[in-house]
Design a protein around this ligand. Sequence first.
Ligand SMILES: [Zn+2]
Length: 155
Amino acid sequence: MPLYEYYCQPCHGVFEELRPMREAGEAVPCPECYEDADRIMPTSFAAFTFRDGYPRKIPDDGTYWHLGQKVSKRVTGGRPNEHPEINKPKPKPRLTRGERAALNDMREVAAKGDLVDLYNNPISPREVKQAYDRRDVIKKGVPARIHKDMKKKFR
Ligand SMILES: [Zn+2]
C-alpha cells in the first residue's frame, strides 16, 4: 500500500498513513485528536508544522526537526545551522532513481512558478535540489493553511 500524507487542521500537524490507493482521497482520523484530516502533497514535497519556529511532525513526541533531522532540543545561540545533536553531517547518499524523478517533478512544478519555500518565496528550477536538501520545498496552493501560519511566524 502506498504511503500518503495527511494534514490535521486542529493540531496543525502532518502525519503519514499507509492506505490502499482507492481510499487515498478520503479523510483519515488524526492520530492525536481523531478529527478528520485531509490528504496533502506527496512526501517528496516535505510539509512540516512548527513549534517555536521549528518544524514538528505528528505523532508529536515532543521533538524538534532540524534540517530534516529529529532532535530533542532547539538550537540555542551559536550558529543557527548547526545543532549539537547533529555533529557531522553524514556524507550524502547518492540519489535513488525515485529521488531523481521526484526532483525532476519538482523542477517542472518550479518552472511553472508553483514551488515555494517555507518563507513562501518562489523556488526556481535550479534551486530545487538545494531547497529539497533543506526539506523546505512546498508546492504552492497546498496546503494553504500551513502557508498562512508560516507567514505569521516568520513575519
Ligand atoms: Zn489532530
